[in-house]
Design a protein. Structure first.
Length: 401
C-alpha cells in the first residue's frame, strides 16, 4: 500500500516538471481563430493607459494647473547695454567728458531678466532695472521664438517698465487683487533665472508662500521707492527680476523685483520681494498713455514751522508740528476745509515735528495726483482727522510740467 502511494507521488512530480506540467493543447486550439497574445497585449496596454491616467490625475494640483495656465506668457528679456568702461580718472573729468565725449570708452554689456505678456497685442511688463539704458531689447518667447522689443515707457522710481513686441494673439496673464492677498497662501515665482531660457525656452518655476505683505522700504540710496511690497519665500534668483509672482489660480499678484541675499550674497535665502499688482496697474496706466509717471501735484497749502510764541499761545507742550499760513481758493486744501492757523501734527500716521518731516513723508511715499493724505490737525486746541486728496498737474500737452 505504501509502495503504491510512493509510485503515485513520484508520477505526479514527474508530470509537473517544465516539460510535462501543461496540457498539450495551445491557447489557439481552445478558441479557433482567436489571437490570444494580441488580446493580452491590448488588455495590458489599456490597463497601463488607465493607470497612467490615474497617476497623472493624482499628480495634478492647483499649482500645476496654474503653472500650465500661465507659462506660455512668461518670457526671457535679453538686453544689450552700453556702459562706460573703467579707465583712468581723467576719463571721468567733467572737462574731458564735455570736450571729448567720443573718446570716453564704452563697452557693450549683455544682461538677462524676465518679463511677461499682459495683452494679446504684445505688451510686456518687466523691471526698469532689467532694461535700464538698454540699446537693444530682445524677448525670448516660450515657443522658442525671439522678437525685438521697443520701450513704451519706464519709471525709475517704482522700478517698472513697459515694452512691446510686434504681433497679435499672444497669450497673456491676468492680474489679481493684491489687496486681498493672504499671508500663507501659495505663491509661484516664474521667470528666467541665470538665463536658462537660452537652454530651454520654458520658464523656471519655484513655489513658496506669501510670507508677509505691506513691506515698506521707502526711498533707497539709488532713489528707487519700494512700497507695500509682497514678501515671499519662493526662490527668486538673478534673472528672475521682472517675472510674475502668481497665486494658485494663475493670477499675477506681484512683480518679482529684489531679494535679500544675506552676508554671502550667494542667491536666494527665502527673502524675495514683489511689487503688488494693484500698484503695478496704477503705474501701467501712465506708462502706456504718457511713457512716464507724473508726480506733479498740488495741495494748495502753505505751511511753516511753529514759532515758540505760537506754541505758547496754543498751550502746546512743544513747538512740534507745522502751522498752515495760507490756503489757496478752490484748492484741494480748501475742499478739505483746512484753515489758516490749523496745526498739522501727523501725516499718514507719521509724526510731523517740522516742515522737513513733510518732505520725508512725501519722498518715502512716492505720492501722485489722486492720492489722499491722512492729516491729524489741531484746531481750537482740539484734534481732528482730515483727508486731503492731491490734485494732479499736467500741461496742455498731457506731459508733466
Amino acid at each position: 500500500m505504501i509502495a503504491d502511494l510512493k509510485v503515485l507521488l513520484l508520477t505526479a512530480l514527474i508530470s509537473c516538471l517544465p516539460f510535462g506540467c501543461s496540457d498539450s493543447s495551445t491557447e489557439e486550439d481552445l478558441i479557433p481563430g482567436l489571437d490570444v497574445s494580441s488580446l493580452k497585449a491590448q488588455v495590458s496596454s489599456n490597463k497601463r493607459s488607465n493607470l497612467n491616467d490615474q497617476i497623472s490625475s493624482s499628480r495634478q494640483t492647483a499649482i500645476t494647473v496654474a503653472v500650465k495656465k500661465v507659462s506660455a506668457a512668461v518670457c526671457g528679456i535679453n538686453v544689450t547695454q552700453f556702459q562706460e568702461a573703467r579707465r583712468g580718472n581723467y576719463y571721468r573729468d567733467p572737462f574731458f567728458q564735455f570736450f571729448f565725449p567720443e573718446m570716453i570708452p564704452r563697452q557693450a554689456v549683455k544682461s538677462l531678466g524676465s518679463g511677461f505678456l499682459i495683452s494679446s497685442d504684445g505688451y510686456l511688463l518687466t523691471n526698469e532695472h532689467v532694461i535700464h539704458n538698454a540699446s537693444e531689447i530682445v524677448v525670448s518667447l516660450s515657443d522658442g521664438k525671439t522678437a525685438d522689443a521697443k520701450l513704451v515707457g519706464s519709471d525709475y522710481v517704482t522700478d517698472m517698465a513697459l515694452i512691446k513686441i510686434e504681433g497679435k494673439n499672444y497669450p497673456y496673464l491676468e492680474f489679481g487683487d493684491s489687496d486681498n492677498v493672504l499671508i500663507g497662501e501659495w505663491a509661484i515665482a516664474i521667470g528666467n533665472p541665470f538665463g536658462l531660457f537660452e537652454i530651454n525656452s520654458n520658464p523656471t518655476v519655484t513655489v513658496g508662500v506669501v510670507s508677509a505683505v505691506d513691506r515698506d522700504f521707502g526711498r533707497q540710496r539709488n532713489e528707487r521707492v519700494y512700497e507695500d511690497m509682497i514678501q515671499t519665500d519662493a526662490a527668486i534668483n538673478q534673472g528672475n527680476s521682472g517675472g510674475p509672482l502668481i497665486n494658485s489660480i494663475g493670477q499675477v499678484i506681484g512683480l518679482n523685483t529684489f531679494i535679500y541675499t544675506g552676508d554671502g550674497g550667494k542667491g536666494s535665502i527665502g527673502l524675495g520681494f514683489a511689487i503688488p499688482s494693484n500698484r503695478m496697474l496704477r503705474v501701467l496706466q501712465d506708462l502706456k498713455k504718457f511713457g512716464e509717471v507724473n508726480r506733479s501735484w498740488t495741495t494748495g497749502l502753505t505751511v511753516e514751522d511753529i514759532p515758540p510764541m505760537v506754541a505758547r499761545y496754543f498751550k502746546m507742550k512743544s513747538a512740534e508740528g507745522v502751522i498752515i499760513t495760507n490756503v489757496e481758493k478752490g484748492s484741494p486744501a480748501a475742499e478739505a476745509s483746512l484753515e489758516i492757523g490749523d496745526i498739522i501734527i501727523e501725516i499718514n500716521e507719521k509724526k510731523i515735528r517740522k516742515e522737513d518731516d513733510i518732505w520725508k513723508v512725501i519722498d518715502d511715499s512716492d505720492l501722485r495726483g489722486g492720492d489722499a493724505l491722512k492729516l491729524k490737525i489741531i484746531r481750537d486746541r482740539k484734534a481732528y482727522s482730515v483727508s486731503l486728496r492731491l490734485r494732479e498737474l499736467r500741461n496742455n500737452t498731457g506731459k508733466t510740467p
